[in-house]
Ligand binder design. Structure first.
Ligand SMILES: [Fe+2]
Length: 364
């Protein structure tokens, strides 16, 4: 049996959502509660951080601009971005992502490390067939940088087209650590996403601040596990959206997984939320994509397409099958009585602070 992390032991894995509204006088009770949780996390991370005092410098895209490879990569990203704007989704093969990420500054040695990074995942707060961690980052176009944000719990609601047994509850995930955030291939993925989405007009979601020059990116590192007793579902919720503006999904690797597993279907936004793929209307399927190779990456304008994903099936049914992914949710900061009001801080992370330059292809 897997040990439960100290954070989850103290605070539980998921709690019914209370009225998570920001009080006019500052932090409300629940917010102080969660900040306390961040402090508990801090103490546990201090020891680990001592080991990375001599950390290598983070990715710096400004230093890349003197190479021909950089301009080739920017030219290709412009083409991908145009396709993304036209189709509202784009799939980029992993073998094409590698030279792009290297041109943005990713170091060779960080690619195999990134592929194996999900070995450090722990039990998910609500799903028995999943291991997970998450972390929050800010795309800040005032400072033209990406910054690690402090710990906050996570929530998705039925109102955001996410219908599952744990909708409308606050979930506490263990945090992603320096092994992921200091990896320059990961940092280049963040810079790539910023280049792809910033300045693009999307159908706006209610209760998000579209006047802000900042975006909140919640990064999930996920391993879906199928065992002889349990089917791993990358999207148990069926047809859904992620409650954000731009979703990006990047494949790391799988073990013992059949070739027909984990296919992503994009549905018209009018398709019914929460139904299984077999129940969907074929004429409402807009696209199909399948991550097969390291760094295969899919972007979706999340409020304009719904999506569903088929299960992870095992080649050898007597053994475990796994699928490792990185999921980048990006949306504007919340306003008013959004379900995540009060758990959407833009404060930097105090113990795992990280900031590196970003770049935009937009005039905004
Ligand atoms: Fe999703």
């Amino acid at each position: 049996m897997e040990a439960i992390s100290p954070i989850k032991q103290i605070w539980g894995t998921a709690a019914p959502i209370l009225r998570l509204r920001r009080t006019p006088s500052g932090y409300g009770l629940h917010q102080r509660w969660y900040r306390g949780l961040g402090n508990a996390s801090t103490a546990m991370n201090e020891t680990r951080d001592m080991a990375v005092k001599a950390r290598p410098p983070p990715l710096n895209i400004k230093r890349q601009s003197c190479t021909p490879e950089f301009y080739e990569a920017i030219s290709r990203i412009c083409q991908l971005r145009r396709k993304y704007m036209e189709k509202r989704t784009v799939f980029v093969d992993g073998e094409e992502m590698v030279p792009i990420l290297k041109a943005l500054g990713a170091r060779d040695e960080d690619f195999p490390r990134l592929q194996a990074v999900n070995n450090s995942l722990v039990g998910d707060p609500t799903l028995p067939f999943r291991k997970s961690r998450n972390g929050r980052f800010c795309f800040d176009w005032d400072t033209k940088s990406v910054r690690r944000l402090e710990f906050q719990p996570f929530a998705l609601s039925v109102g955001e087209d996410f219908k599952r047994h744990d909708s409308d509850t606050v979930r506490v995930f263990d945090e992603v650590d320096n092994d992921l955030q200091l990896n320059t291939a990961f940092q280049a993925l963040m810079v790539f996403k910023g280049l792809m989405f910033h300045g693009m007009t999307v159908k706006e979601r209610p209760k998000l601040d579209y006047h802000s020059n900042k975006w909140v990116c919640t990064l999930f590192a996920l391993r879906t596990v199928t065992t002889p007793e349990m089917l791993g579902e990358p999207a148990l919720e069926g047809v859904h959206t992620d409650g954000v503006d731009h979703t990006m999904t990047t494949y790391l690797r799988s073990t013992n997984m059949t070739p027909d597993s984990a296919v992503t279907f994009l549905h018209d936004v009018k398709e019914k939320t929460g139904i299984r793929l077999q129940e969907t209307a074929p004429e409402m399927i807009r696209a199909r994509a399948q991550h097969r190779h390291f760094l295969d990456t899919l972007l979706i304008v999340d409020n304009e397409r719904k999506h569903s994903i088929s299960p992870v099936y095992a080649v050898n049914a007597s053994r475990e099958a796994t699928r490792d992914m990185l999921i980048f949710f990006t949306r504007k900061p919340v306003t008013g009585d959004h379900i995540s009001a009060g758990i959407d801080s833009l404060n930097p992370h105090r113990e795992m602070g990280l900031e590196f330059p970003a770049m935009s292809l937009s005039d905004e």
